[in-house]
Design a protein around this ligand. Structure first.
Ligand SMILES: Nc1ncnc2c1ncn2[C@@H]1O[C@H](COP(=O)(O)OP(=O)(O)OP(=O)(O)O)[C@@H](O)[C@H]1O
Ligand SMILES: [Mg+2]
Length: 423
């Protein structure tokens, strides 16, 4: 949307990840963010929003940081009532100290200064990292000791991830990551979000692994042990190589704590609950990654971090020994890298089919063909490449041969070849 004059964007009456008591609805809140919006003067109007949650509201900060770096002048419209009479989103905005958003964006030394009970932080570097950890540990100081250690571990891993893999820069300006906590004392429940506008899990992982079908598949992959998008680069924050264990261990901790963790990156959502992992593609995307965690605290659970960690590491070894990595089971073909962006040479298609695809299928692998950057390819070329493998597999071909990133035109031709050969 182009808003050259003054554009007012209203926050709806309800703005949050709510849906029933347990399930969280992200699509609704995410559909509010218009990523095409630009303009000279933009006003975000908070006055009509009566019910919100702190974590969802804090995502607006990332959004306005991005708009601001893109050259828009942003104002936040509030009703002008005195602090005591504020309600809904306006009150929450003030409690978090969110009105300091501009200073925090422009000055690395400054962070938000809201009320102690609604901690909100920008995360840009290792001193922010230390500050956040220290403040959150104080905030949760009345929790049981074992909880505190476990929380510290959990939060550190997620903070590392956003710093190491999720940093964002727009027109030379660094957009910080964002961290927001809330402890619902009456329900004895802790909720927090760690969010960024970085390249997202799928693109980050694709630096090291073949293309993924969609965002949620990439997130599920990132949750496996020893999966990392970084290629043995010594990380400045940790002074170690990434082992690809962070999300594996945190997701196991979450399950053990009887907590819920939602990882959203692009359109992908993976929900880690005490009973299972579920994933889906959302109708609206977040242009980066965020992790939203809710933990039901209890006085009875005995969480022994050291014991848990050694159990999880043993479990990881076991999974790895049993060949749980996807790598061995997938044959990945990047069409452009192999055949060029205008694939026409039928001879080479036949060679690849006979020497690579058919043997891979015989070994029980799945074929993943990535058509990124290919606009079109002749029917006879595609048919030479995939018709025989499809015929051999029959209907199973739909499961074993995956086509990704194909343009609608290519998709149509490929679908036709699938149908023709599975009749
Ligand atoms: N905020 C993020 N933005 C983009 N990619 C991410 C983000 N968080 C995680 N990832 C991706 O998920 C991968 C796995 O994360 P994980 O924490 O398990 O391992 P790691 O950070 O690479 O290594 P380790 O945590 O052991 O140091 C990362 O390497 C990265 O590709
Ligand atoms: Mg990590």
């Amino acid at each position: 949307m182009d808003a050259s004059e003054n554009s007012i964007i209203k926050l709806p009456l309800q703005f949050g990840f709510f849906k029933g008591a347990e399930l969280s609805d992200f699509s609704n809140a995410l559909s509010w963010f218009d990523w095409t919006l630009e303009g000279d003067n933009l006003t975000i109007d908070l006055t009509e929003c009566q019910t919100a949650n702190y974590q969802t509201l804090s995502l607006i900060l990332l959004y306005i940081w991005r708009l601001s770096c893109n050259g828009s002048k942003i104002s936040i419209s509030v009703s002008g009532k005195d602090a005591l009479n504020l309600s809904g989103a306006e009150r929450m905005w003030k409690n978090m100290g969110a009105q300091g958003w501009y200073k925090v964006l422009r000055n690395q030394e400054i962070n938000f200064d809201g009320t102690y009970t609604k901690p909100l932080f920008a995360l840009r570097n290792s001193s922010d990292f230390d500050l956040i950890l220290e403040r959150i540990m104080k905030y949760t100081a009345s929790f049981r000791l074992e909880y505190i250690q476990t929380m510290r571990y959990l939060i550190s891993e997620l903070l590392y991830n956003t710093l190491e893999h999720g940093s964002a820069t727009l027109h030379g300006q660094r957009i910080p990551s964002l961290v927001q906590f809330n402890w619902y004392k009456r329900q004895n429940k802790l909720a927090f979000i760690i969010a960024d506008l970085g390249i997202g899990i799928k693109r980050h992982l694709e630096q090291s692994y073949p293309g993924f079908e969609n965002d949620s598949q990439a997130i599920l992959y990132a949750l496996r042990p020893q999966i990392t998008g970084t290629k043995s680069v010594l990380n400045p924050y940790t002074e170690k190589n990434n082992a690809g264990m962070g999300l594996y261990l945190t997701s196991n901790i979450i399950r053990n704590l009887k907590a819920n963790m939602y990882i959203i990156s692009g359109k992908g959502l993976v929900h880690i609950s005490p009973v299972d992992f579920t994933s889906k593609e959302l109708s609206s995307a977040w242009h980066g990654t965020f992790v939203y965690v809710t933990i039901q605290l209890s006085n009875e659970d005995d969480v022994n971090l050291e014991k848990l960690m050694s159990e999880f590491r043993a479990k990881a070894m076991h999974e790895l020994q049993n060949g749980n990595g996807l790598d061995e089971q997938i044959h990945y073909l990047n069409m452009r890298n192999y055949f060029g962006s205008n694939p026409v040479n039928k001879e080479s298609a036949i060679w690849y089919r006979n020497e690579k695809l058919i043997p891979a299928l015989e070994e029980g692998k799945t074929i993943r063909m990535d058509f990124s950057d290919i606009l079109t390819a002749p029917h006879s070329f595609l048919s030479a490449l995939i018709a025989t493998p499809i015929k051999k597999l029959g209907l199973e071909a739909y499961r074993r041969i995956k086509i990704i990133n194909a343009s609608p035109e290519l998709r149509e031709t490929i679908d036709y070849i699938f149908e023709e050969n599975t009749l």
